[in-house]
Design a protein around this ligand. Structure first.
Ligand code: LRH
Ligand code: MN
Length: 429
C-alpha cells in the first residue's frame, strides 16, 4: 500500500507522545470505570468508526465572490486521492472518498479504482451534478434539471445520473447522491406542485436504473442557488419523494441545508422512524449553507445528532446503515488539516454519544425528571474523549498528534513544488 507520509515520522512522533497519552487514557479509564463504562469498549467502537471525505473538499473552496488558491492544492482526482490518503494515514478514520462527476471524470475508471485501492482507499457514494452547465452541454440547467419544464433537459439530467451510476459501478461505489439546485427566484415562476411531479418522474427513471444492491439518496436543501423555492427544500419533500420512489431510495441530511436553529437531530429521528435515513453530509454553519468544518460552530448539535444515531442503532427498525460523509468547503485553511480536524470532531461526537448511560437517560425521561435527563446527556457531552480517539488512532497506525505530524512532514510544501498552481477564480471548487 502506498503511504504518502513516512511511517517512521509518525512512529517517532507517536513514541514521544505515548507516555502522556497512556497517563491521560488511564486517568479517563478510571473515571469512566466509576461510571460503569469500560473505556476499551468505547475505544474499540471508535476504531470501527469511519467517515468518508469529499473529493471536492481536498482542494480550496470559495464563494461567489472569490476563491483563494493554496499552493500545492490538488488539481485533479489523482492528486485529490493522494491528499485523501494522507488524511486517512494520519486519522485512520477516513478510508472512503465520495467522488463528484464530472469534476472527477477520468478515461479509465478501473485504473482509478486500483489507484484508490493502492492508497488503501475505496469510493463511497457518487454525486451527480445537474446544477452546473458543462462546456458543450446541449441543454442548460438554468431552467432546472430533473424538474425542468423542458423535456430534453430532464432527459439529459436523467442520463447524467445514470452515467454516474455506471461510473460508480466501475469504481466499486454502491450509492448515488442526488442533489438538485432546482427551484425559483420569483413567486409564480414555476408551479410548486407540477415542478415536484416532474422531479419525481425524472427521479423515478434514475431509480429504475439503480443496481439491485445500490441506494439512491436524495439531498434536500432549503435555498441556494434558488432563493424563493427549492423543489427538494426540506426533509418533508425529500421523505415524500423517497417514499414514492422506492425502498432503496433514502434521504441524505446535509447539516448546512436547514434554516438557522432548525432541530436537525429531530429530523434524524423522524427519518429513521420512517426507515429512510440514508446518510449525512457533515459540516457546520452559522447562517446559510456555509460548509464550515464539522463541529466548528455548533459541536453540541453534532453531538445531539450522534445521540439520535445511537438511539437509532439501539432501535434499528427496518435497517440502519447510514452513510457518514463530510461535505465542506475549505476557503481559508489547508483542506487536509480541516478534514483531519473534522474527522476527529465527528468521531469525538460519536464516542461521547456512546458514553451516555442509556438506561439512566430513559429512566429519567420516563420519570419526567427533566434536569436529570438533561444532565445525563450533558455529562457525556462534557467528557474529554481525546485520549480515546488518540489511542484508537495510534493502535491503527495513525498519528497521536495529527497536526504536528502533518506539519512536520512538510507534505504541502513538497506538493507546492510538484503540482501546477491553481489559477484565481470563484465558486465552490
Ligand atoms: C449542495 C451540496 C451537495 C453537493 C455540493 C458540492 O450544497 O451540499 O451535496 O453536490 O454541495
Ligand atoms: Mn451536501
Amino acid at each position: 500500500m502506498i503511504a504518502p507520509l513516512s511511517a517512521e515520522l509518525i512512529a517517532e512522533a507517536n513514541s514521544a507522545a505515548t507516555p502522556a497519552l497512556e497517563e491521560d487514557y488511564a486517568a479517563l479509564g478510571r473515571k469512566l470505570e466509576r461510571q460503569g463504562v469500560a473505556i476499551d469498549r468505547i475505544k474499540d467502537r471508535v476504531k470501527e468508526f469511519s467517515v468518508a471525505v469529499p473529493s471536492w473538499g481536498a482542494g480550496r473552496g470559495g464563494t461567489r465572490f472569490a476563491k483563494f488558491p493554496l499552493a500545492g492544492e490538488p488539481t485533479n482526482i489523482h492528486e485529490k486521492l493522494e491528499d485523501c490518503a494522507v488524511i486517512n494515514q494520519l486519522s485512520r478514520t477516513t478510508p472512503r472518498v465520495s467522488p463528484h462527476f464530472p469534476w472527477d471524470k477520468v478515461d479509465d475508471y478501473g485504473a482509478l479504482r486500483e489507484e484508490a485501492d493502492s492508497y488503501g482507499l475505496s469510493f463511497d457514494a457518487v454525486n451527480s451534478n445537474t446544477f452546473q452547465d458543462q462546456v458543450g452541454q446541449p441543454h442548460s440547467y438554468s431552467t432546472g434539471s430533473l424538474s425542468s419544464t423542458v423535456e430534453a433537459t430532464r432527459e439529459q439530467a436523467i442520463e447524467h445520473n445514470i452515467e454516474c451510476i455506471e461510473i460508480g459501478r466501475k469504481i466499486g461505489s454502491r450509492a448515488l447522491t442526488v442533489w438538485v439546485g432546482d427551484g425559483t427566484n420569483f413567486p409564480g415562476q414555476q408551479d410548486l406542485g407540477r415542478s415536484f411531479d416532474r422531479y419525481l418522474d425524472g427521479a423515478a427513471k434514475v431509480y429504475a436504473a439503480l443496481p439491485g444492491d445500490w441506494t439512491m439518496m436524495l439531498e434536500h436543501k432549503m435555498f441556494e442557488p434558488a432563493f424563493y423555492s427549492s423543489v427538494i427544500s426540506d426533509w418533508g419533500s425529500s421523505l415524500l419523494a423517497a417514499q414514492e420512489l422506492g425502498e432503496r431510495c433514502k434521504c441524505l441530511v446535509d447539516l448546512g441545508h436547514h434554516a438557522p436553529n432548525v432541530n436537525i437531530e429531530q429530523i434524524v429521528a423522524r427519518l429513521h422512524r420512517a426507515g429512510k435515513l440514508g446518510g449525512f453530509h457533515f459540516n457546520d454553519s452559522k447562517y446559510g449553507d456555509d460548509d464550515l468544518d464539522s463541529g466548528s460552530i455548533n459541536p453540541h448539535q453534532l453531538f445531539l445528532v450522534f445521540n439520535e444515531l445511537i438511539e437509532a442503532e439501539l432501535n434499528p427498525r427496518d435497517g440502519f446503515d447510514p452513510a457518514y460523509m463530510i461535505d465542506q468547503s475549505h476557503n481559508v485553511t489547508d483542506p487536509i488539516e480541516s478534514m483531519l480536524s473534522s474527522a476527529e470532531t465527528i468521531a469525538g461526537c460519536y464516542a461521547r454519544a456512546l458514553l451516555v448511560d442509556r438506561d439512566a437517560l430513559h429512566q429519567a425521561q420516563d420519570d419526567n425528571d427533566v434536569l436529570l435527563a438533561f444532565r445525563t446527556l450533558r455529562g457525556s457531552y462534557e467528557c474529554d474523549v481525546a485520549p480515546i480517539l488518540a489511542k484508537a488512532r495510534a493502535e491503527l497506525g495513525g498519528a497521536i498528534d495529527w497536526l504536528s505530524a502533518y506539519r512536520a512532514s512538510k507534505y504541502r510544501e513538497r506538493k507546492a513544488q510538484e503540482r501546477k498552481p491553481v489559477g484565481l477564480g470563484a465558486g465552490i471548487v
